[in-house]
Write a protein that binds this ligand. Structure first.
Ligand code: NAP
Length: 308
């Protein structure tokens, strides 16, 4: 019987996703009717992003899984009308984009590029080598690990922090509250790649920001809720935090009047650190549907008790 998949994502992305998904379904030998408008009771899989506007999954009586196009699932995880597995997006295009964004911004700080881009000075200041600089990565999941590995490959001394203990070659892995207290003081540059959960909200606050070395730089492509904005602004004004590159915010687009826009030591990027790419994500979605149809466990299932 033909499987029904409903695309409920950004309308302007539909042509790209339609082409990529149909190609991937065919590669996996899946007979799937992909639509944007199906009778809910006939739908087997929903391919979902918040932009699609779908909130009530109760009428989807034969649903087998909700396949998120986003890695961050904070806007759907609490939806109690979903009674089936929810899978987050974990795909190579998203991962590669994040790795490039993070390495680019880390190198900007490391090499002191702004000094020469914004002012022609013959200051003779040579940047240290990467091996003399520590980058701490908060979150060692699909994206954090890829960034930590790439930074290690560039020669940086990399410290990583996660909820559970990890053992990653060449990376000092820390976890839990005690681990955070060890990870932050080492961070010349701090990268935050944690999900938005009750446990991570305001993780960077007045107290934890003080644990960072004076002049530390912060790159946040994770989620806006990870940072207490007022505390960060105070730490920036006091010079305790040297600079922050922020890609994600509590309110997006970042309101025009927000202090971050005009702050001399803040770079705002408009939630572009990385996006899910149609071709590579379609491959992942097809793989997951094929697994589900074969009775195999789905990949990247969200743990609702952990919150990510
Ligand atoms: N700006 C953008 O363009 C963009 C694009 C994509 C994603 N994102 C953000 O990036 C986030 C990370 O994505 P991902 O795919 O790497 O997620 P992931 O694979 O689920 O990894 C999450 C990591 O965070 C750790 N973590 C979660 N809660 C924690 C806690 N309370 N204390 C310590 N560590 C904790 C996890 O620890 P364990 O390893 O122990 O589970 C894991 O290492 C997403 O949730 C999303 O918010 C942003």
């Amino acid at each position: 019987m033909t499987i029904q998949a409903l695309y409920s994502g950004r309308e302007d992305y539909w042509p790209a996703y339609q082409a990529a998904l149909e190609k991937a379904f065919s590669t996996h030998g899946l007979d799937i009717a992909l639509t944007r408008d199906a009778a809910p009771q006939e739908v087997d899989y929903v391919i979902y992003s918040p932009a699609g506007g779908l909130t009530d999954f109760a009428p989807f009586t034969k649903l087998k899984a909700v396949l998120s196009l986003w890695a961050g699932v904070e806007r759907i995880i609490g939806n109690t009308s979903i009674q089936v597995p929810l899978c987050r997006m974990n795909e190579t295009g998203l991962r590669d984009g994040m790795r490039e964004y993070v390495c680019g911004h880390v190198l900007r700080y490391h090499l002191g590029m702004d000094r020469h881009i914004h002012g022609a000075t013959w200051d003779g200041i040579t940047p240290p080598l990467a091996r003399d600089r520590t980058v701490t990565v908060l979150g060692l999941g699909a994206l954090g690990q890829a960034c930590a590995d790439a930074l290690k490959g560039l020669g940086f001394n990399v410290v990583g922090w996660s909820r559970s203990a990890k053992d990653l070659e060449g990376i000092e892995c820390l976890h839990g509250n005690a681990g955070l207290n060890e990870a932050l003081p080492q961070a010349d540059i701090l990268v935050t790649l944690l999900p938005d959960t009750p446990a991570t909200q305001n993780l960077l606050n007045e107290e934890t920001l003080k644990l960072l070395p004076k002049g530390a730089r912060i790159i946040n492509p994770g989620r806006g809720t990870l940072i207490d904005d007022d505390a960060l602004l105070v730490a920036l004004d006091a010079g305790h935090i040297g600079h922050a590159t922020l890609d994600v915010f509590r309110e997006e687009p970042l309101p025009e009047a927000h202090a971050y826009w005009a702050h001399p030591n803040v770079t705002v990027t408009p939630h572009i650190a990385s996006v899910t790419r149609p071709e590579t994500s379609a491959e992942k979605i097809a793989e997951n549907i094929a697994r589900c149809e074969a009775g195999e466990p789905l990949l990247d299932v969200v743990d609702r008790t952990r919150g990510y």
